[in-house]
Design a protein around this ligand. Structure first.
Ligand code: GRE
Ligand code: ZN
Length: 331
């Protein structure tokens, strides 16, 4: 398929390099993530790879853990602004037809994050925001999840601006890694990223956030971080054990009404078919997870997987045009 739009693609900015998790990435991945530091590398590495595989656009975001890892609120706010400026200058200004941007927001400071989201969308032309999981606030043992009441004005602004918010994974707080002891291989994207993000999503839903802001749109990657096949059971037990929490709709209905799920780093047809069955093809977006995943592998799978051509067009391009309000250029 030509004209694919990939929606969870990453870069790193100079000031956010220190927030990269130590996950032992290969020199090749390192070289590719570094392209955000040097605009020429975007032309030498990223764009040729996109061209070769029919990827028209990357929705680019600051890679994990990003400013979410910065416990100093003021510093997090500053680094977020600098990252957004670097993204605008190095990607968007130079190649506006090939890149669209998701803003970094320092949610340690909800007011500053709200202002920065507004600046990024209205002044820089960004299409939404992305955060890498909970924010450290004050120190590295303090994690703030986004169902906290102080985040409500931020969510209200996300809804008012009518832009999506991408909840990208990060690993669990240091104090909550007991279950991974002796299993560092499970702490990162292999497992813990998904558990952390799926639980965060359920916190958002059961907090009533989407009853308050029914038009909010949240995107999650990795074919739903395991959520889609778990919703029936979660609902069944939630009915008996909701601890007084009252929601207007079943849990799975919020997933259908308020969430989009991307294919980032999960190129597996049975899982995709399950997500389509639970959510509908209008709620699924193509993503690679550049540079952590290989474009050739993602595309060889997506272009040939057993879905209808109509669904492939929706997932590969049309849904992204709609929700990010991108210009539909002739392809
Ligand atoms: C990701 O963005 O999903 C990711 C990282 C770091 C390592 C691996 C990975 O941010 O998949
Ligand atoms: Zn990613």
């Amino acid at each position: 398929m030509i004209g694919k739009i990939a929606t969870e693609e990453h870069f790193v900015s100079q000031d956010a390099k220190s927030y990269l998790p130590d996950l032992g990435v290969s020199p090749d991945v390192q070289r590719r993530i570094d392209d955000g530091l040097d605009a020429n590398n975007i032309e030498q590495l990223r764009l040729p790879e996109m061209d070769k595989h029919g990827v028209e656009m990357h929705l680019v975001s600051l890679t994990a853990d990003g400013v979410q890892l910065e416990p100093d609120r003021d510093k997090a706010v500053k680094v977020a602004k600098l990252a957004n400026d670097a993204l605008a200058e190095k990607f968007l200004a130079r190649h506006p037809a090939r890149f669209a941007c998701l803003a970094t927001v320092a949610l340690q400071d909800p007011k500053a994050a709200t202002d920065e989201l507004e600046r990024a969308v209205t002044q820089l032309g960004f299409k939404g925001a992305l955060a890498n999981g909970f924010s450290n606030a004050g120190d590295l043992d303090t994690g703030e999840y986004y169902d906290l009441p102080k985040l409500l004005p931020f969510w209200e602004r996300v809804q008012d601006l009518d832009v999506p918010f991408y909840l990208h994974p990060r690993g669990p707080l240091n104090s909550q890694q007991k279950i991974y002891e002796g299993h560092a291989e499970l702490l990162g994207p292999a497992w813990a990223f998904g558990v952390e993000t799926a639980t965060h999503v359920l916190r958002l839903i059961t907090s009533g956030l989407f009853d308050r802001f029914p038009k909010l749109t949240v995107i999650i990657g990795h074919l739903g971080e395991g959520l889609a096949p778990s919703m029936w059971r979660a609902q069944n037990r939630f009915n008996d054990a909701s601890f007084g929490k009252k929601l207007k709709k079943p849990l799975s209905q919020y997933l259908k009404d308020n969430f989009y799920i991307t294919t980032s780093g999960n190129f597996h047809t049975p899982t995709l078919l399950n997500v389509i069955a639970e959510m509908g093809a209008d709620r699924v977006l193509f993503a690679i997870d550049y540079p952590y995943e290989r474009t050739d592998e993602a595309v060889a799978w997506f272009d040939n997987c057993a879905i209808s051509d109509e669904d492939r067009q929706k997932i590969g391009r049309l849904n992204a045009l709609r929700i990010f309000k991108l210009k539909n250029r002739a392809i």
